[in-house]
Design a protein around this ligand. Structure first.
Ligand code: HEM
Length: 399
């Protein structure tokens, strides 16, 4: 992993100098200052045990303001599932369980494999290509949009606008035209769906538009908020996982070759990728009462930035080789890349199915694939996501 900065400054999530590669700055923070306060009212936690402690404690911490590290939170007409606390959160999570039950998600495997097959069919037999745009980017978007119930003719627009929104956060979204356009598109879909109450399906839009007996009827604006959150939560994160895992396997070609030869190693390689390059870099919680963390005073209303990336690289948990990508690391699935506790990721089984299908299909078709000698990891924009902007590969080994 890259770490070329001499005497790195302690990590500050709002310092643009730290965006391109936060890893050395997080390491400096873990070593020197497990709780730092780079801005008034914003405390950064980098130790795995402290982060797990906060994630488990819904009495002391609220999800209000999650993902927002600016003093002003992103104004949304309704709390999204990741920003809500009980009982609003419990009600919504229970409602979404219909779509997210792990047994139901597992039945989607063949359908996901079909999406991957059509994406890979469009690639050439050999030569050098940029794999992120040509292959990786389309898979989670197609899966997510179908899962939600967004018709295919709107996929491209939803994807383009959603990508701009993700790259813009944590800056406020209020003035961003693409944010308004995406909400407008989703609002139109909700209205259309509600106008056809007899045409039912098993997607998320159907679930939220039509209350079952004993469930609350949601307003159109509330449904739009939840669907918006899902587009953001399920698309960019999963694309990052697929891109990151391909990169780490190809970075040392013997890793790729080992997993090609023994495909049972792929699921663990994906867990190790989630650990070493956490697609969602951080979560935010808001303190409900005055108190201390590791002896540092934290006041009611203060924000606590939980670096999932740092927790997943913490030497105290993962040992002296924490920074090394080892597809055969036995405890890799213990990472916190999908969060923990009552808000743990609902889509994790689907993300794993997508990653296995996408990388497995590449291994079938291009067993000799290599990173291009011209490939360099340049981190994508924004502070939430970790992935290379481009994945330049030679589909067959170079002569
Ligand atoms: C590699 C891919 C993914 C990563 C790394 C990821 C990461 C996360 C994390 C860290 C959380 C916890 C949020 C918190 O505690 O505040 C979360 C929650 C969530 N994720 Fe994912 N996610 C991924 C894929 C997906 C997919 C594919 C979907 C949808 C199909 C999804 C839907 C959700 C939902 C609905 C929640 C909210 C759960 C709640 O607040 O109760 N995620 N995700």
């Amino acid at each position: 992993m890259s770490s070329h900065i001499e005497s790195p400054q302690i990590f500050d999530p709002l310092n643009p100098d730290h965006f391109p590669d936060p890893v050395p700055h997080l390491a400096a923070a873990r070593e020197r200052c497990p709780v730092s306060t780079p801005r008034e009212g914003l405390h950064v936690l980098t130790h795995d045990s402290d982060i797990r402690g906060v994630l488990a404690d819904t009495v002391t911490y609220s999800n209000k303001g999650n993902f927002s590290i600016e003093p002003e939170d992103v104004p949304l007409p309704f709390a999204t599932i990741t920003n809500a606390d009980a009982p609003v959160h419990t009600e919504l999570r229970n409602r979404l369980r219909k779509n997210f039950a792990p047994a139901h998600l597992r039945t989607l495997r063949a359908w996901v494999e079909g999406i991957v097959e059509s994406a890979i069919a469009g690639l050439p037999a050999d030569g050098e290509i940029e794999l992120y745009e040509r292959f990786v980017r389309v898979i989670p978007a197609s899966v997510m949009h179908t899962f939600i119930g967004i018709p295919e003719e709107s996929w491209a627009k939803a994807q383009d606008w959603g990508d701009i929104v993700v790259e813009t956060v944590p800056a406020p979204l209020g003035e961003l035209p693409e944010f308004g356009q995406l909400l407008g598109l989703l609002g139109g879909l909700v209205a259309e769906r509600r106008a056809r109450p007899t045409e039912r399906s098993d997607d998320v839009l159907d679930n939220l538009c039509f209350a079952a007996p004993g469930e609350r009827t949601m307003s159109d604006a509330e449904i739009v908020t939840h669907i918006f959150q899902l587009v953001v939560a399920g698309t960019d994160t999963t694309r990052s996982l697929i891109a990151n895992c391909i990169w780490r396997l190809l970075e040392d070609p013997s890793r790729w070759d080992t997993v090609v030869a023994d495909r049972t190693l792929l699921p663990n390689a994906i867990e190790e990728s989630l650990r070493v390059d956490s697609p969602a870099q951080f979560l935010v919680r808001t303190r409900k009462v005055d108190g201390t963390i590791q002896g540092c005073p934290v006041s009611e209303g203060d924000k606590v930035y939980l670096s999932l990336q740092s927790a997943n690289l913490d030497e105290a948990t993962w040992g002296p080789n924490a920074g090394r990508f080892d597809p055969e690391r036995e405890d890799a699935p213990g990472h916190v890349a999908f969060g923990r506790g009552v808000h743990a990721c609902l889509g994790a089984p689907l993300a794993r199915i997508e990653a296995i299908a996408a990388i497995g299909a590449l291994m079938d078709r291009y067993p000799g694939m290599r990173l291009s000698p011209r490939a360099t990891w340049v981190n994508t924009g924004g502070t939430i996501t970790r992935r290379p902007r481009e994945v330049l590969v030679a589909l067959a080994p170079l002569p």
